[in-house]
Design a protein around this ligand. Structure first.
Ligand SMILES: Cc1cc2nc3c(=O)[nH]c(=O)nc-3n(C[C@H](O)[C@H](O)[C@H](O)COP(=O)(O)OP(=O)(O)OC[C@H]3O[C@@H](n4cnc5c(N)ncnc54)[C@H](O)[C@@H]3O)c2cc1C
Length: 482
């Protein structure tokens, strides 16, 4: 469920149905994979996705194309240095230029629109830190104005820039899909890659039945499963946010985001005669708190949304890195990675596509070094105990509570014959039983009552009520058979 695929065009889905060979395999057809395929469209490239194009994290994004990102520059300055913060700013502005060029050149009808983007402090103690961020941006020639937000949200100070955009990401990806298809590029959907093996100077990527032989591989699958030496779980945590779509009378034509956590943010979307407000809040580390119903309620309260106006609610997750910068580039040999966008994947997905396509095409790119995925810095080391603590808690917590009575009226955790099981009882009293163990790392699952899914608090895998995998990194189902 998402606001973006309401009007999605129905089309024939092509699945991987034979063994194939290619020069470049892009795994994942979200904003990163599809934009990278666009930059490489004159090469022998192929895209494969476990789901449908754009139906990963990109489906539930709020799709603000923005370089004014909370207080990110101060944070990067603190954990890395001022030079890196400046370069990050330049990279985000460059990515906005790239996406604008693609949309204009290819005439992609995706509701791309220039808007004012605000950052505001919603607690008093944020006034001074936000001022520092503004000083940094002004020092770097960004034209920022101070002005009260046009809506009623609590605010102590607020600033805006005008050269930022919004769009419909699914329409953008549909546009790229058409261009790639016209170039005879294969895009295989509903085809999950479950294993990658290196053989001599190429890779074999296996789906359940077939294999793809490729010289180069880009992992653009949000949270890659395959790459143990990279140890992404120790270099990141997962942030979850809650979104409510409500019908409103007026398109106020701006976006806003709070400078501090938990993030409050909103934007507007006009779809024919309907105008929607997309409100987001209550972002948190998935391994810390889990009460989806409570968080959805909070979004409604914070934005004063009336129940009758709400048309849909859903959650979304993104990967957060200790130094607030994504991991983009060559992982090893001919494997590339792009992830860790810190909830700014519209710019960073396009930036990653540019950096990686330039690397593959042997072109210079000034950002290769600062986003190097193998970097380790002080921020990684400082964050490690937190990451280890929260993940161990999620891993062990429910395992220590064996044979708990019904946790809620409809959810139960039991241990049967040495196996931890989780049970969801549906409205008709039918019990859906799964193994309470995420195949990725073995963490125990939590039930997301609003969306009726089992979610992994450690690394954001999701399963339906019968244990079918619906989001990675886990590639496997956890259905239980007696
Ligand atoms: C609540 C929220 C709001 C956000 N709002 C914004 C915003 O306003 N602006 C902004 O810039 N960013 C925003 N973001 C961040 C942004 O949405 C993401 O960073 C971005 O969409 C990630 O894109 P992606 O292409 O890397 O991943 P995805 O869109 O998840 O694409 C990865 C694809 O890989 C596929 N895949 C996974 N595993 C496999 C496999 N084994 N084999 C084959 N395919 C596989 C998946 O099916 C998926 O289609 C937001 C994030 C959140 C959580």
């Amino acid at each position: 469920m998402s606001i973006w695929n309401k009007n999605e065009i129905k089309r024939e889905i092509e699945k991987l149905d034979k063994d194939i060979e290619t020069d470049i395999l892009i795994m994942g057809a979200g904003i990163t994979g599809m934009t990278c395929a666009y930059f490489l469209k004159d090469k022998n490239v192929c895209v494969v996705d476990a789901n449908k194009v754009g139906h990963g994290v990109t489906l539930n994004t709020t799709a603000k194309i923005n370089y004014f990102q909370e207080r990110i520059y101060t944070k990067i300055k603190n954990v890395r240095n001022e030079k890196t913060a400046k370069k990050y700013l330049k990279s985000q502005i460059g990515a906005i230029k790239n996406i604008k060029e693609i949309i204009e050149k290819e005439n992609i009808d995706c509701d791309f629109k220039r808007v004012d983007s605000y950052v505001f402090s919603n607690i008093e103690s944020e006034i001074e830190p936000l001022k520092k961020e503004i000083e940094f941006l002004r020092k770097n020639d960004i034209d920022i104005k101070e002005k009260k937000l046009p809506n009623k949200i609590t605010q102590y100070s607020s600033y805006y820039v005008s050269d930022t955009y919004i769009f419909n990401p699914i329409k953008y990806l549909e546009g790229l899909y058409k261009i790639l298809k016209e170039k005879n590029i294969n895009i295989y959907e509903n085809s999950k890659i479950i294993k990658i093996e290196k053989k001599d100077d190429y890779y074999i990527c296996y789906s359940d039945k077939y294999k793809i032989k490729s010289k180069k591989v880009l992992l653009a699958c949000h949270y890659p499963y395959f790459i143990l030496p990279f140890l992404l779980p120790l270099r990141s945590h997962i942030e979850k946010s809650y979104i409510a779509i409500s019908r409103v009378k007026k398109d106020l034509g701006f976006t806003c985001i709070s400078s501090n956590k938990p993030t409050y943010s909103c934007r507007f979307y006009k779809d024919g005669d309907n105008i929607y407000q997309i409100s987001l809040s209550e972002s948190h580390n998935t391994s810390i708190k889990q009460n989806d119903s409570y968080h959805f309620q909070r979004v409604k309260e914070i934005f004063n949304l009336k129940e009758k106006d709400i048309v849909m609610t859903y959650s979304n997750v993104d990967i957060m890195t200790p130094d607030h910068m994504p991991y983009i580039g060559r992982l090893k040999d001919n494997i590339y990675i792009a992830c860790g966008y810190n909830t700014w994947g519209m710019t960073n997905g396009v930036l990653a596509s540019k950096i990686i396509s330039d690397m593959i095409l042997n072109k210079e790119n000034e950002y290769v070094e600062i986003f190097n995925p193998n970097r380790i810095n002080l921020a990684n080391i400082i964050d490690l105990p937190n990451i280890l603590f929260s993940q161990t808690k999620s891993f062990l917590g429910p395992k220590l509570n064996k044979n708990k009575p019904w946790y809620k009226d409809n959810i139960k955790f039991i241990n049967k014959d040495g196996k931890n099981l989780a049970i969801y009882k549906d409205e008709n009293g039918f019990k859906h039983i799964i193994y309470n163990k995420c195949p990725h790392f073995g963490c125990s699952l939590i039930f997301n009552e609003e969306e009726k899914t089992w979610d992994c608090p450690c690394h954001s895998s999701r399963f339906d009520i019968d244990g079918k995998s619906i989001k990675g990194p886990s590639n496997y189902d956890i259905s239980y058979k007696e």
